[in-house]
Design a protein around this ligand. Structure first.
Ligand SMILES: C[S@@+](CC[C@H](N)C(=O)[O-])C[C@H]1O[C@@H](n2cnc3c(N)ncnc32)[C@H](O)[C@@H]1O
Length: 264
């Protein structure tokens, strides 16, 4: 079996960003987004409330499910991101653990498995996406569904080439898109200047992502024993619409089920 390339870039990136992640993403409209994702999954047969959120980060992607009565298990590659999630949900019955999704251990059966906010774009090697999806498929309960999203060509042409700054009460953020390489990898760096005592503390994280095209996603899902049952284009604010388009939408959201259980 081929050895896995260590996910050093993602580990280092999120170790540096974890303490400021929620602040940096404060404008993301998770409630709207999760509402649309849940409705999409229900329309495709979601019939239970056992959720596994893979690459959960600080918990922003599972909190709205928790509020909707889901029984939540969640994991992330980054110990720092998991620690931030843990701090939010102490005593609420959420099971959290650290794991690389490509080597996800078996932790149970789930009606819904999510992997959200371009988490799979951090999988950089050829077989990584299929490997992660196969680990995810194993933990689907009968009739269970996987929901995940990928950044589009539009996002890599725009955000990953742009520069912007944002300020909050606690920090000043500088995003620098560094563009794409010939191998299809795109990089951006985020400098966080946090207000300290005294002065400012600077932390830099680099984010290396791979553009998984629709064709690549379909092939990886098939290799993992999954079949895509829906794809939606995502607009800013988390709005989903039919007709996913790599050059018009920021992300494409995919819904998949076990190959033997769903029809194309
Ligand atoms: C943009 S954040 C999204 C986090 C969360 N899902 C959310 O919506 O806020 C991407 C997450 O993917 C995680 N990640 C990257 N590579 C991973 C891997 N191989 N296995 C598990 N998690 C990974 C990172 O640690 C990070 O927390």
């Amino acid at each position: 079996m081929p050895t896995l390339t260590p996910p050093s870039a993602a580990l280092d990136g999120y170790a540096a960003l974890a303490a400021h992640y929620d602040d940096f993403t404060a404008e993301y409209e998770y409630d709207n987004w999760i509402d649309g994702l849940e409705r999409l999954a229900l329309a495709h047969g979601l019939a239970g409330k056992r959720l596994l959120d893979v690459a959960c980060g600080t918990g922003k992607s599972f909190m709205p499910f928790l509020a909707r009565g889901y029984e939540v298990t969640a994991c992330d590659l980054s110990p720092e991101m998991v620690a931030a999630a843990e701090a939010k949900v102490a005593g609420l019955g959420v099971e959290l653990f650290v794991a690389d999704m490509r080597e996800l251990p078996w932790v149970g059966e789930f009606d819904l498995i999510t992997c959200l906010d371009d988490s799979v774009n951090y999988l950089l090697e050829d077989d990584d996406l299929a490997r992660a999806l196969e680990r995810i498929r194993r933990q689907l309960a009968p009739g269970g569904l996987v929901v995940f999203d990928c950044n589009t060509a539009l996002t890599y042409r725009t955000a990953f080439r742009a520069q912007f700054v944002r300020e909050s009460d606690a920090a000043f953020f500088a995003w620098r898109g560094e563009g794409s390489s010939e191998g299809g990898l795109a990089t951006a760096s985020i400098d966080v200047f946090a207000r300290g005592e005294p002065g400012w503390v600077r932390r830099t994280s680099r984010h290396v992502q791979r553009h998984h095209t629709r064709r690549a996603v379909k092939a990886a899902a098939a290799a993992a024993g999954l079949r895509l049952v829906a794809a939606r284009g995502q607009l800013p604010g988390g709005r989903l619409e039919a007709g996913p388009d790599e050059s018009r939408h920021n992300k494409i959201v995919y819904v998949a089920g076990r190959e033997e259980e769903v029809t194309a």
